[in-house]
Write a protein that binds this ligand. Structure first.
Ligand code: EPZ
Length: 417
């Protein structure tokens, strides 16, 4: 595992460009399995999770050439529909191959992705959707085997707007017979991006971004050349980095409407945020005000920004209340922030964060990618040195984060221990 040695107290200033969205890239890479020809993806971020999905496609028989941020995928050679436990355990989002494999081969076998540090991560809604389309599901020895003679369009209601379940069902429906309607669908921008990709390869999908998505099955699909959207969570992380270090940063390559909940909360905390075309300028010259946050499905406040905002509120004037409603265990960063002197009390799914005059560096450990990012933000605002351990978690969702922040004036050294 690698670690960051961070010297705090330096304000960030300058311009930083956001990379492509991890959570749009992963389902779109999985969707390439629907094709038996080539496609090109552009704006692909150099992330560990994208490497894992690349390895998974290659394991299934695809060929993938990845140069800088362009990925050339050829799925003609795919002849394997069985994903091993070792691969599934590397990344939960590997379960996104279920829909495309079922759609194209009428068979798929994946092992349960297993829980992770933020929650149990069940797949019941994914499987409910498949079963509604006539897929037989067998669960044994930790494996899910999905098989059917024919996929038939169906009307599916999701008990909760699961991002992954919405994506898997969309991909399963594109080659099904007839029409599929997904109700109470997730509305995240990454789902709109998946819809746009699917329509570019000849599918007939509409309604993404609303709570009702309609898919009319087609007979065949074709390759395409597609550019993924920028990463709204990376953008939000940089905006909080500017605020917590009392800096002045222009974040470029953003889609402002994807950042509305983040912009709104930063302004509520007294942070200056200026939106212009595809960039936002964030500056701060005083302590932030306390704010209350409740994570919700999009377009509500994103759970993936909760740890980063908690880091900001540890230094706020007053007490902030943060409620995590999406995942049952997304507070691993609380203990680490406490070690830095933060005053945080957990009451069930609610964190009560009492602002303190300052936090100080120590040895902390990243438990997942967003918690790790939050610790980097806190370290950059702390009064002395911090060691953030297990930064491999951060590399899953951020492209060389230390380079981006050092270019803005931070002092971060990556150490291979
Ligand atoms: C996606 O995960 C994202 N990952 C997550 O980002 C994000 O936090 C999450 O959506 C919520 O926005 C990718 O897109 C690759 P869910 P996903 O299914 O699809 C429960 C990051 O940091 N649920 O919307 O796994 C589940 O337990 C990652 O980039 C069921 O109960 O999230 C959770 O409590 C972390 N049954 C809630 O729904 C199911 O069948 C939301 O999960 C599926 C989910």
């Amino acid at each position: 595992m690698q670690r960051f040695m961070i010297t705090g107290g330096y304000r960030l200033a300058g311009t930083v460009k956001v990379s492509g969205s991890k959570n749009a890239t992963l389902p779109i890479m999985a969707a390439s399995l629907l094709l038996d020809e080539k496609c090109i993806l552009r704006g692909v971020p150099r992330l560990r999770d994208v490497e894992v999905m690349r390895d998974l496609l290659v394991y299934l028989g695809a060929s993938v050439i990845w140069e800088k941020d362009v990925m050339y995928i050829d799925t003609q050679g795919v002849g394997y529909q069985d994903v091993s436990e070792e691969l599934m355990r590397r990344m939960r989002a590997s379960n996104l191959v279920l829909g495309p494999l079922i759609s194209r081969y009428r068979f798929a076998r994946i092992s349960y992705p297993g829980g992770c540090d933020i929650g149990s991560r069940p797949m019941n809604l994914h499987l409910k959707g498949m079963q509604a389309m006539g897929v037989g599901i067998k669960e044994k020895f930790g494996y899910i085997t999905a098989e059917t003679e024919k996929l038939k369009g169906s009307e599916i209601y999701l008990d909760l707007p699961s991002v992954g379940a919405t994506e898997n069902i969309m991909m399963a429906a594109v080659l099904a017979e007839g029409k599929t309607v997904i109700r109470n669908a997730a509305r995240e921008p990454e789902i709109v991006d998946l819809q746009n990709f699917l329509n570019c390869i000849g599918a007939r999908v509409k309604g993404a971004g609303t709570d009702t998505i309609k898919v009319v099955g087609v007979d065949g699909l074709n390759g395409t050349d597609y550019t993924v959207i920028p990463d709204r969570i990376e953008a939000g992380t940089h905006m909080v980095a500017a605020a917590i270090t009392r800096g002045d940063v222009v974040v470029t390559n953003v889609i402002p409407e994807h950042l509305e909940p983040v912009i709104n909360k930063l302004r509520e905390a007294g942070v200056y945020v200026e939106v212009k075309d595809e960039q936002v300028r964030v500056s701060m010259d005083k302590k932030p005000k306390a704010i209350d946050i409740k994570t919700m499905p999009y377009p509500g406040f994103p759970t993936d920004m909760q740890p980063q905002f908690m880091a900001l509120t540890t230094l706020a004037e007053g007490t902030s209340i943060i409620s995590e409603t999406i995942f049952e265990n997304r507070y691993k960063h609380v203990m680490e922030l406490r070690r830095m002197g933060a005053d945080i009390r957990l009451e069930g799914h609610t964190a009560v964060v009492k602002g303190v005059p300052g936090i100080s560096g120590t040895l902390v450990e990243a438990s997942d990618l967003r918690a790790g990012a939050a610790l980097v933000l806190a370290a950059m605002a702390s009064e002395n040195g911090t060691v953030v351990d297990k930064v491999d978690h951060i590399d899953r969702g951020y492209e060389r984060l230390e380079n981006k922040y050092n270019a803005l004036g931070a002092r971060i050294i990556r150490v291979h221990n």
